[in-house]
Every structure is written in structure tokens, then in C-alpha cells.
Design a protein around this ligand. Structure first.
Ligand code: AGP
Length: 611
């Protein structure tokens, strides 16, 4: 939920840190701060964005080659100068930045208050650094040991970086439940919540594991477990490229990522489908092929957009593999007492691979003996390193908070998985698979064509930027697409929008229809087309304004809708991949015309690593 950056080496730390915070601002942006060792430990922090922090320090001569920075998404304590990170110990000799939640902070705080500690903020983070200070003073141990003892006593999730005025050539980093990556340079180290602030300096990274502490000096990195056992780090080579992180000439990351979808879907398919042979290959789960022949049930757990992708997966897997599928909100699943057996397969879908609710749901399912697959976009994230196996979506970094290319990549993986399981269970004829995979292989081109409606969609968006409510309706696997379209609109334009199964409208939502209510239908030519036509007529009979996503060349819906957006005709199984594109563009243009911050919508963050 927050972004953290650290540096120790031979360069000026400030430019590296502030640029790193800008790259991580999508993770949270209600306050920001930095600490530098420049003859002494100095801390600068304030509410607002990273750019506000830059303004705040612009006249200062910031030197020092050790430092750290933090951009915050508030969990404890409202966004304010005093609650922004870094936080310091009582004697101001220690300072810390933190991403996560210390769940037992109140108990620790009580003990420290009784000992006379004075706190300046409402945060759990400040309690942690006072706790370390207290342990050092009470036991006389050095900072390394004091941090280790403290972390053995805290409950919750953390990714922390600590600096000390007495040990300016040491940075201590640790993680549990929140992400942390260490970049390995030549006599310099970089620390960050993910690889984006690191990749321009080094491609060699270490993904710190839960319960590990890194003691970092310019020419030495020691990693230990909190039980004090030395860990041998594994250095990965990043395949991220810097230009992937820039906007590439687009006004917003979101628009860039919408337009990347022909490529990201192609990348997701690459090496996994052999249309002529009618074969699907998913290397990440191949040792579970036998298991898939006998699995009784599939439970998909996810949040938000990823949950919508899971719903599309339900239609596809049940249709083609004939395996019962249940799709669960991870946040609900984790607190129920679900009935799970070894014969169940649980699939966790997560773009970031760090969503706390999804992580917790995985742990619960694991305890109950299920096999767990992950469908994630961030290589090396916590979820892919927790699940038994999985399939990466290969959509590339998704910076816009509103998920777009990750969604279509998730649906692509679920489409492949449906065919793969059907293949393992002999539920699909080779000839049919040749037909389906040949058509699936064309989807990137159909998405490219769907993007060409951008100008038309922008015109339509202009007609309802003043609306306060909106309905999205679809049937079959277009119902989850309706949900996704509604989520896109509400999360970036702040217009209230709801997605519904089109047939469900007559059970209540039809009461909402009047001339002020835009209703967006996914009305492509497939098995439920005639029924959707009836639903459109029901809305028109009540003066509702209809925008319809239709198959190219459709004339019937054109007669009755106020606006139509044509998309290329494709097999019903692949409609979600194409029909989503105009809904993404519709939401994007509406939000831009409403003057909303498209890439960093209010109250949201890209990765929800708190409950
Ligand atoms: C989608 O546009 C939202 N940003 C949000 O619903 C997101 O999908 C959800 O938080 C799940 O995130 P994840 O895929 O990284 O787990």
C-alpha cells in the first residue's frame, strides 16, 4: 500500500530516492518523506504528493550517499505531516520507513508510554522504532540485534528500512507480508517495494523473503532470518526494461496500458498455444497435469478486477473442461470457514501478487490441504512465491491504478487454462481445439481493431460526463465484463455505476431507468443476443439512454440504441477479451473529461497490501 525506497553506495542518495518515490507513487500518495545521512541523520517529510516533498526541500543542499524515502497510503493515522514517514526514535538517533501494519502496536505502545516514551504521531510505525530504541537501551544489544528481537515480537506485516545516526554506513531492511526487493550494484545497494525504482541502475535483484533481515553496508550484504540463521540470497536478473515504465507518449499510464493490450495478450499467448496441433502448453503447472484430471472442484479467489476475471474463468472452465467452479471474494473467503479438501484446486488471481486478502485466503486454503495455483503479473511477488504452481500473465508493469491490460491478460490465461484442463480430461476434440486456438491466436488483431473506435467512444463519453449513475448489463460471460466496465467507470470518474446480469434488471434495477440513466449493454451476436435485444427494448420503453457494444455490421441494435460501438465478431468464448476494450476507453475518456486523476484516483492505491 505504500512505496519504500533506500540507497547506500557512492552516489548522491537524494536524486535516486526521489525518482524512486515517483516511480512508486502509484502505490500510495497521501504523504511522502525522506531521510538522509549528511553529517547527521536528517528527515524531511510532509502530507501531499512526492512533488510537494520536492518543493519542500528544493532550496536545501541535500547531500549524503545513504538514504531512504517513503510514499504513503494511510492505514493508521490520517494523512498529515506528522503521520508521514520516516518516523524517529525518542532520541532521534534512529529512523524508520514502513509498508504494512503492526497489528499489536497498541499493546507495545502502552508498555512504552508507561516507560515514558513520547509519541509524535498516531502511527504503528513510530511505535516500532521506539520499540527498537527501548530494546537497545534496556538490554545493551547493538542495533542489528535490537531490530531482530523487536521483529520477533511484532505481529503483522512489514517491509521496513531503518537508519541510525550512530551507524551511518549501515542500512537495515526487513520484510514480512509486504514486498521488498534489493538491487545489487557495484559497492552500492538499492532497496524498494518493487523493481521499478531499481531497474535503471542494476538488473541484479534479490527478493527478500518473509522473516528475513538484510544488514546492508556499501561493500557487504548479510541476510539473516529473524531466528538469526544466515540466509544465502539468490540473485535474479530482471527482464524489465526502463522504457516499459515511461508513458511512451501517452497522456496517462492507463491509456498506454489500454493500447498495449494487443501486445500483452500476444505475450501472454506466446509459447503456450500450438493452433495447428490443437495443443495448449502451460509450463508453470505441467507437473500438476495428472492432478487436473481428477480435481473435483476449482475455487477461484481474488479481489476487484481480478475477481471479475475469475468470473469469466468460471464460464469458460465449466463450459469446456466441465469442472465445477466457485468464484470467491478473497476478503470473504478468508473469514468464512470454507469446506475445502485435497481434491480441490484453488486459483488465486492477482495482478500485483501482494493483495493482503488474497494472500490470507491462500494461506487458509493451504492449511486445509488444497493445491494452489497463482495467476499473477509481477514475477517474484509474494503470491507466486507462496502458491504451489502458477501461470504468469506477462502483461508487463501495470502502473495505472485502474487495471486494464492485466485484466485481459488474466482472462487470456483463464481461457488457456480452460482449454488445458479440457485437454487433460479429454473433454474437447482435437479438431475443436484447433478451431478455438486458431481463433484465439487472432484475438490480438481483433483487440487492435477494437481500439480504432477510440475517437467514437470519446464522443459518446462526452454525452454523459454529467451523469451521476450508470448501469452496465450483459449476459453469460459478458456479465463479468459488465461488472468490470462498471468498476472502471466508478473508480476513475467517481460516477456511481453498477454491473448486472441483463436479465436481472427486471428484478429491481429497472426502477432506476429514466431519461437521465445511461445503460451500457454488451449486445454482441452470440447465444443470448435475442434476449439482450428484449432487455434493450425494456430500457428504451422507459426512456433510458442505451449505449450498446455490438458486433461489427449489426443493424438490429443500431435501430434501437442511442449509440452503438462496434467490435469485431468473435467466438463467444473470446468476447470478454474484445468487449472489455471499449468499456475501458469509455471510462478513461469520461474520467479525463471530468478532470479526474486517471492514474492515481482518489482513495485508491495500486496494490492493497492491507486488510
Ligand atoms: C482494479 O482496477 C482495481 N485497481 C482493484 O480492484 C484491483 O483489481 C484489486 O485491488 C486486486 O488487485 P490485485 O489484482 O493486484 O490483487
Amino acid at each position: 500500500m505504500c512505496g519504500i525506497v533506500g540507497y547506500i553506495g557512492h552516489r548522491d542518495a537524494y536524486p535516486i530516492i526521489i525518482k524512486g518515490l515517483q516511480r512508486l507513487e502509484y502505490r500510495g500518495y497521501d504523504s511522502a518523506g525522506i531521510a538522509l545521512f549528511d553529517k547527521d541523520l536528517k528527515v524531511y517529510k510532509k502530507a501531499g504528493k512526492v512533488s510537494d516533498l520536492e518543493n519542500f526541500v528544493k532550496d536545501l543542499k541535500l547531500e549524503g550517499s545513504v538514504g531512504m524515502g517513503h510514499t504513503r497510503w494511510a492505514t493508521h493515522g490520517a494523512p498529515s505531516d506528522r503521520n508521514s514517514h520516516p518516523h524517529s526514535s525518542g532520541d532521534r538517533k534512529l529512523t524508520i520507513i514502513h509498508n504494512g501494519i503492526i497489528e499489536n502496536y497498541a499493546t507495545i505502545k502502552e508498555t512504552l508510554l508507561a516507560k515514558g516514551h513520547v509519541f509524535k504521531s498516531d502511527t504503528d510505525t513510530e511505535v516500532l522504532i521506539h520499540f527498537v530504541e527501548d530494546i537497545q537501551k534496556e538490554t545493551g544489544v547493538d542495533l542489528r540485534e535490537a531490530v531482530r528481537i523487536a521483529l520477533n515480537k511484532v505481529i503483522g506485516a512489514y517491509a521496513i528500512v531503518i537508519m541510525s545516526a550512530d551507524e551511518p554506513d549501515l542500512v537495515i531492511a526487513a520484510r514480512k507480508g509486504s514486498p521488498m526487493v534489493i538491487g545489487v550494484g557495484q559497492k552500492e545497494y538499492f532497496i524498494a517495494s518493487d523493481a521499478t525504482p531499481i531497474v535503471e541502475y542494476t538488473k541484479n535483484v534479490i527478493y527478500l523473503n518473509d522473516n528475513e533481515i538484510a544488514y546492508i553496508e556499501r561493500d557487504n550484504l548479510l541476510i539473516k532470518n529473524i531466528d538469526n540463521t544466515v540466509q544465502i540470497p539468490y540473485i535474479h536478473e530482471l527482464d524489465l526494461k526502463l522504457e516499459m515504465l515511461e508513458k511512451g507518449g501517452y497522456e496517462h499510464f492507463m491509456l498506454k496500458e489500454i493500447y498495449e493490450q494487443p501486445r500483452s495478450i500476444r505475450d501472454c499467448l506466446r509459447g503456450r498455444i500450438y493452433p495447428q496441433e490443437g495443443k495448449v502448453q502451460l509450463g508453470g503447472i505441467k507437473e500438476y497435469a495428472e492432478k487436473l484430471k481428477n480435481v473435483d472442484r476449482i475455487i477461484i479467489i481474488a479481489c476487484g478486477t481480478s475477481w471479475h476475471a475469475g468470473l469469466v474463468g468460471e464460464y469458460l472452465i465449466e463450459e469446456y473442461a466441465r469442472v465445477p467452479v466457485e468464484v470467491e471474494y478473497a476478503s470473504e473467503f478468508r473469514y468464512r470457514n470454507p469446506i475445502i479438501s485435497e481434491r480441490d484446486l484453488v486459483i488465486a488471481i492477482s495482478q500485483s501478487g501482494e493483495t493482503a486478502d488474497t494472500m490470507a485466503a491462500i494461506e487458509l486454503a493451504k492449511e486445509k490441504g488444497a493445491t494452489i495455483f497463482g495467476i499473477c503479473n509481477v514475477v517474484g511477488a509474494s503470491i507466486p512465491r507462496t502458491t504451489h504452481a502458477g501461470v504468469y500473465t506477462h502483461a508487463g508493469p501495470e502502473i495505472g491504478v485502474a487495471s486494464t491490460k492485466a485484466f485481459t491478460a488474466q482472462v487470456t490465461v483463464l481461457t488457456l487454462l480452460a482449454f488445458y484442463i479440457a485437454q487433460q480430461r479429454g473433454m474437447i476434440a482435437q479438431s475443436k481445439l484447433v478451431e478455438y486456438l486458431t481463433e484465439l491466436n487472432e484475438i490480438p488483431e481483433l483487440v487492435e481493431r477494437a481500439l480504432k473506435s477510440n475517437d467514437r467512444i470519446k464522443e459518446i463519453a462526452a454525452t454523459f460526463i454529467k451523469t451521476n449513475n450508470c448501469l452496465f448489463l450483459g449476459r453469460g460471460s459478458s456479465f463479468p465484463v459488465a461488472l468490470e466496465g462498471a468498476l472502471k467507470l466508478k473508480e476513475i470518474s467517481y460516477i456511481h455505476a453498477e454491473g448486472y446480469p441483463a436479465a436481472e434488471m427486471k428484478h429491481g434495477p429497472i426502477a432506476l431507468i429514466d431519461e437521465a440513466m445511461p445503460v451500457i449493454f454488451i449486445a454482441t451476436k452470440n447465444s443470448s443476443y435475442e434476449k439482450v435485444i428484449s432487455n434493450i427494448q425494456e430500457v428504451k420503453a422507459r426512456k433510458g439512454r442505451v449505449i450498446a457494444i455490438v458486433s461489427e455490421g449489426d443493424v438490429d441494435v443500431k435501430e434501437m440504441a442511442d449509440y452503438v460501438i462496434e467490435i469485431p465478431q468473435t467466438h463467444e468464448a473470446f468476447v470478454p477479451l474484445v468487449a472489455t476494450i471499449p468499456l475501458q476507453l469509455l471510462s478513461y475518456h469520461t474520467a479525463v473529461m471530468r478532470g479526474c486523476n486517471v492514474d492515481q484516483p482518489r482513495n485508491l492505491a495500486k496494490s492493497v497490501t492491507v486488510e
